[in-house]
Design a protein around this ligand. Sequence first.
Ligand code: BMA
Length: 864
Amino acid sequence: MSKHKLIFFVFVMMFSNACSPKEQALIDIPLEGKWEFRQVGSGQWMPATVPGTVHTDLMAAGIIEDPYYRLNELDVQWVDKEDWEYRTTFQLNSSFIQNRNQQLIFNGLDTYADVYVNDSLLLSANNMFRTWSVDISGVAQEGSNTLRVLFHSPIKIGLELLHASPYPYPAGNDQSERGGLGNDKVSVFTRKAPYHYGWDWGPRLVTSGVWRPVSLRSWSGVHVESVYIVQNEVTADNAKLFALADVRSDRHQTLKMVVKEGKKVLAERMIHLEPNDNLARVPFEISKPRLWWSRGLGEPNLYRFTVELYEADNKVASGNVVTGLRSVKLVRQPDDKGESFYFELNGKPVFAKGANVIPSDLFLPRVTRSRYEKMVSDASDANMNMLRIWGGGIYEDDYFYQLCDEKGIMVWQDFMFACSMYPSDDEFITNIRQEAVDNVIRLRNHPSIVLWCGNNEIDEAWKHDIPRGGWGWKKHYTDQQQEEIFNGYLKIFHDELAKVVDHYVVGVDYWPSSPMSGPEPNEHSSQDATSGDIHYWGVWHGLHPIEAYNKHIGRFMSEYGFQSFPDFETVETYTLPEDYDIESEVMMSHQRSGIGNIRIREYLGRDYRVPNDFEKFLYMSQVLQARAMKTAVEAHRRAMPYCMGSLYWQLNDCWQVASWSGIDYFHKWKATHYALREAFDPLLLAFEPSEDSVKIVVVSDSQQDASFDLVVKVVGFDGELIFQNKKRVTVKANTATPIFDASLDVLLSSHAKESVFVKAELLQRNHMVTQSLHYLVKPKELALPKGKIEWHVFVDGKGFGVSLTSKHLVKDLYISLPGKNTHFSNNYFDLLPGEEHIIKFECDKTKEWIDNNLKLMHLQDAMN
Ligand code: BMA
């Protein structure tokens, strides 16, 4: 054996046959051992990690620097123009070889990959999102085998496809220039995560690699490939279900199929199998099912079902599935204002609260389980109940959906198409159809997925009904080409993907594009606010004032957003002190929206005073973003039930960058995420905009009416109580109700608007259940006092606490620890005069270190 050949010892798992020695052997071997890689033609093999990417392997080998640091991204643009090969060696024993069916299964190949086993070419893959299963019988042998995967440059192939195409397609986010390709936008031709080619929050890093697990499998007789629990009808009384098993058999046989929950047999039936693929169905019912509820409505109950196949009394194969029982519907019903657009879960209308999600890294195998756990619990901790997996990224890892199932977070799932037109030739269509089938089958047991959506913003960008409408793409094409491109669009998004969802998923709706007014021809792309979903970008892109969020409200706000910078500790991870200027080359390279800094400055000037200091600017950008997002969410929720959803753009980041995210790359909460935790509270006191009065609306997500004491106070910045009122209020279930309206003349007496705040609280048996603050003028007009903050740090179990007080109002108080990625239980909050505020946190330093290093920043200090 040559010294380059690596022996990989396999472990053989006798799958699910613990109780029956006669169950036939299913052998599953993960191929994660020793891999090597090299640039094609370079000769030199180096250690590789699988699952992984070429870029991360090159980093580990010391050949490239971290592309996220300073301007390094530019130095690694050569990587995507080269071909790369990966190899490993694996051992197979006689049991594996004796089984009649032997497969090599790739859960993800990125992207143009030729797969060789023992030098025989067995597969040429061309879609990152598909699962590739290769028959290796006859090629694999007992003993040592070699596996080699050759990745062709996605750019070289992309260019070939572009040159063969009758015309280029629009793809505004494809940063071809940065990749050295001029205006050649190749991303649309390749079924690969669109954001890899760049986006207005992400770098251009076009990866290659075995990005998801790869394994070997062999079996004889029969094998359960997958199980789907079809939910025909689910009510609180009864669930009518059937188990649909994809059973692979290598001969004619009749077996008994048994469906169980734990040890309890729910149903059984004899099934007749043909050689090859079979779909076997066993109906069953569960009376009084424990339903799956989204966060806030109830428990996200899950069931674990097993399907077992028996030959006489011998279990010969089995499969498991964890799912939740629920009925879900996208309700689009004409009403006096247009047409509703909301989700009904188990018969209850749900207001969707949450955010859009992008992939958490360019190098996807780095997104570990703990990062997914952090992301989903951060969403849940901020009272969110829905996340939208946006169409420019990936169909997420199974684990993400499992976590959403467990936490009661509903998922709006896009197919992976965004902000571009796409080819629609037969080969492309066949490829995306299979991509859709693979992912729908992989994900359809997750009760969290409540909608499949065709694409992001393509309907709106093309705007077929209005000749010069949309984003200006149509003018680059003749009438005939426009017709051709749009017919291709309809074929993909109104026909093929719709058919896949219809055929493979029971009980979950399909929506062709987000946003759109409706898929019916007369509604097509009309984009009004009275039906369908809306992406409202008037604030930010359109320079509308932040207050415009109060007016531009549709039936379901699936996108709206506002940028900010990450905090200083995060900025430090990609910069040197010489870069500490918002406009420096390095900072600009980590700000991918051309208008980003201009917009932040402009909006800061309108509502605040623009600081010159770098750190203060970062901080103020977050305070500004939080103000914008809080205004939007409160407006959407006040408009309930006309509006029934608010998903802001965007929850997370894929590297360290200025962006619309509420949580940065290191999972650090920005001011926005703290503010939205309050704005998404199931019981919200929201102030309505008004010049000369204070108006309060209470929004309740609860399914029951409830009574509270409402206490409204007007307080001076020095703590003086100027007005107080207490009254009993009834809060109606699942809607928004006005509960307070008083004129400023009454509330203020002779006090100035600039130096008071309004505090509203709901109390139940004298216990505060929720509270909200409100100011009567813009932040820059506030007469903020120069208050002194008293604080002391104390040890609190394994962590720390800090107690903060001040005699005067301290606005937007921000706490940080230099060089530390610390999560504080609260941050960017208003410290009220005379009220103690305690913040909890964890830190690996001593109390003394914290005493000496804790940093405080606040608005009166930062605004100059
Ligand atoms: C939205 C998204 C993204 C983009 C964001 C900010 O419409 O769909 O394409 O990142 O706008 O511009």
